[in-house]
Ligand binder design. Sequence first.
Ligand code: ATP
Ligand code: MG
Length: 457
Amino acid sequence: MQIELPSTVQALLAALQAAGFDAFVVGGCVRDSLLGRTPGDWDICTAATPQQVKAVFAADRLLLAGEKHGTVAVLRGGRSYEITTFRLDGGYSDNRRPDSVTFVPDVERDLARRDFTVNAMACSPAGALVDVYGGRDDLAAGVIRCVGDARERFREDALRILRALRFAAQLDFTVEEHTAAAALELRDSLQNIAAERLFAELDKLLAGPAAGRVLASHGAILAGAIPEIAPCLGCAQGPGHIGDVWQHTAAAVGALPAEAPPPERRTLLWTLLLHDLAKPACRSVDKTGRARFPGHNRRGAALAGTILRRLRAPAALITQVPELIAMHDMPLPADDPAVLRLLARCGPQTLRRLVFVKQADLAAHAQTPAAVYRRQEAERFRQAAERLQDACYTTQRLHVNGADALAAGIPPGPAVGRALRALLERVMDGALPNERGPLLAALDELALPPAKDAPHG
Ligand code: ATP
Ligand code: MG
């Protein structure tokens, strides 16, 4: 297959070649092109040193933050293109960054430092593939395999352990046996990796189309990044469940409905990943011998908050995920007054998310009559919440306001708010229509002195 290079990339490669330096596109863009996918970014590697790259592109705007490691980024057409000198990585004393880099003249040696065979291919401007590690065969077979000795590679940089799972989830590949064994053996070294980098890889893993399968197969490896996963492995559940807590978790991540819109998916996937992590700590066995997990919602919400803060997740996730986990197991009401009160408490967006969480959670249960009933319950609730989302469940939506309350004779101060909330309760109960006439009459009634106050619902 011929790799089609965008014209800007062709121009950058041609400029380097014209100055006498070998240059290739390399890594993810070659992998994605061979898979028939559109690459996210185009990385270039070259024999030119950073000094020489800067001279070739003297007329361009350059970003030099990575210069020490051999990378000069050229800005063209609003995008940046990283041009990195062929290099070897020196020793790794901290498990994450090379202590030093050494520039080398040939592309083959540069490919040797790359993580996986499918990421270790380069392509010349003429379209010749440089594939010394069998990346193309591994792409065809759907395999993530370390370049060289897996244990050595994971010792150099533990983040690669998580990257292996991430690419498997993104590409729907399997992790080659030796690579998986080394990842398992060295999983605890993930603790030496910066939290932000762990988060970024986990986030991409979860968004991958094969995330459910990868989680199910490699829970023990993931426990190196999130130790709270370990007690879930083998934690047995009741007969309504398929497998242990971790198998259920993996299945729930894999069962997120396709209709869940992209901006919501991240919140939902993290919620599903973390939703049952408190089960092992809450497990008890009742008189009939059945496993129960009382309180795992609340404890799970707190645990999720702790984990997400530790991973330095974005603030939105740290608030949204625990909120959903705290509610993930509660029964959903079907009657309008109760649905309106939930809308008032959580807002329509959180409830929409909650329904997706429930659908995925329940799809990952054995399809017992109870599970089927709860899925129907979730669907009825979804319809009711949607129908009622513009209904009156806040005092702002009442067709009377504070001025009306004062005009009716309610004394200024907190009594005004109390009166409006009393009206709202009656409107949500369906006992009073949200129309000015009846609302004003109700306000008049509330304003009467207590002695003459007529009882009301
Ligand atoms: P993505 O589509 O996620 O950007 P990518 O393959 O481009 O995928 P990057 O993280 O952008 O991934 O890295 C670019 C290339 O650099 C990889 O394809 C790989 O060759 C190499 N690489 C990146 N991180 C590492 C690492 N930790 N160890 C070894 N090689 C790495
Ligand atoms: Mg990339």
